[in-house]
Design a protein around this ligand. Structure first.
Ligand code: GLY
Length: 423
């Protein structure tokens, strides 16, 4: 008897997850709640009620055997807890454990307690406390909103002008989402790595390393976005790095468990590789986006088995996820991220059901109107290319992107450009 699996979310990450689960066997039924109109061949549930208890009831009424939650919001609102109360297996942490992402100060305090390397930091109540820390640490400094901020909570400050602008935004105009409490951190430098594991709270399976590209324009210019591209694996990552990153995950899981909020689901450590080794910039309580569009593919036909073991708390010891080169390039609507334009037709996608030999499209901000697929604002899709090397994976991703037409559509042309020369 096949399993009835629910995926919660509507972006390209959830599309990739649904496809990975479908690859686990013909008898697996996957429903995405609510999904998006670009998810061809995937069953769509409706929008789930906001209330976690009602959402859990909806999934229970749909005779769901397993739920995998994509985005952070339902995790923080307690959807995993409500599902567990009903006895429905779920991949996703409790609301208590999801605070590792939802509260920067909770994460920083935990890191301090369990000895995870991270930049020096302090909560700051206003301008004068911030000025005092600046005297002590100098620039660069990083302002962070304590709460969830949809990618808008962090400001890296390197100049006097940026400093004044940040003080005004965070303390005078108070216009930063999640910024009721503000943290100031010492700036650190180095390349970033996304180190993501699937964990049942006791054991964990690391995915291959990845790197995402957050700024809208080439050369890491312009405002931060939800992510404009990613690559995997990160060239130059060695066994020592892996060992240190695994130790960070072990300490984090131990600290969460000891604090009474054991973590199960996907745990994401955003690392900065400093001269002294990895330092944690942030933890996320979920799979990364756009990293997921690359990493779920590494599961082959084993996605359902992995998710079931995570949900049951019985993760086996034999899991190894092979790193094969992949590059993802995101197409965003005109005006993104400030004022995305909706409604333009999206053309050039392969016909429904056609499998590509060297990559895939994962759909996000699209709607179907009058039989035509149109951009509905924000990030529209991720084109993922695969290859023997990062360079050939990159070529494949850009070849796929070259087929697509969207008026005013934006994508970066330098995703994985530097890394492809090394890996
Ligand atoms: N790629 C960064 C994130 O998912 O938060």
């Amino acid at each position: 008897m096949g399993k009835n699996v629910a995926v919660v979310g509507s972006g390209a990450r959830e599309h990739a997850l649904a496809e990975a689960l479908l690859a686990s066997g013909k008898e697996t039924r996957v429903t995405v709640w609510p999904g998006n109109d670009g998810m061809e061949g995937v069953v769509r549930g409706g929008a789930l009620p906001e209330d976690p208890a009602l959402a859990a009831k909806t999934l229970s009424d749909a005779e769901t055997d397993l739920v995998v939650i994509g985005p952070e919001k339902p995790l923080m609102e307690g959807l995993s807890d409500a599902l567990r109360t009903r006895g429905i297996p779920v991949v996703g942490p409790s609301a208590g454990a999801a605070r590792i992402e939802g509260s920067k100060s909770f994460a920083k305090e935990l890191m301090q307690r369990v000895g995870i390397p991270t930049a020096e930091w302090s909560k700051v109540a206003g301008r004068s406390e911030a000025e005092a820390l600046r005297k002590r640490w100098g620039l660069p400094l990083v302002f962070k909103a304590d709460g969830l901020a949809q990618g808008k909570g962090v400001a890296v400050v390197t100049t006097q002008e940026e400093w004044e602008a940040a003080l005004s935004r965070y303390f005078e105009r108070r216009e930063v989402p999640g910024g009721d409490v503000v943290l100031l951190e010492r700036g650190i430098e180095g390349p970033e790595v996304s180190f993501i594991v699937a964990t049942d709270g006791k054991r964990f399976v690391p995915f291959p390393t990845a790197r995402d590209f957050k700024r809208i324009r080439d050369g890491d210019q312009g405002p931060n976005t939800g992510g404009m591209g990613a690559l995997s694996p990160v060239p130059g990552w060695g066994p020592k790095d892996q060992e240190r990153a695994c130790e960070i995950i072990e300490r984090c899981l131990w600290g969460l468990s000891k604090g009474g909020t054991p973590f199960s689901g996907f745990l994401y450590a955003g690392l900065m590789m400093t001269a002294d080794g990895p330092s944690v910039l942030e933890f996320n309580a979920r799979m990364g986006d756009p990293e997921a569009q690359l990493l779920f593919e590494t599961l082959g036909d084993r996605a359902l088995a992995l998710m079931e073991e995570v949900a049951a708390g019985s993760l086996g010891t034999g899991w190894v996820l092979e790193a094969t080169p992949r590059v993802g390039v995101v197409l965003a609507a005109e005006g993104y991220p400030e004022k995305p334009v909706s409604g333009d037709p999206l053309e050039g996608l392969p016909p429904s059901g056609e499998r590509l030999s060297d990559g895939a499209f994962y759909m996000a901000g699209v709607t179907r109107e009058g039989g035509v697929l149109r951009a509905s604002g924000g990030r529209v899709l991720t084109a993922v290319g695969r290859g023997e090397t990062l360079a050939s994976a990159r070529e494949a991703a850009y070849r796929l992107m070259g087929r697509i037409r969207l008026r005013g559509g934006q994508f970066r042309t330098d995703i994985a450009l530097r890394e492809a020369k090394k890996g």
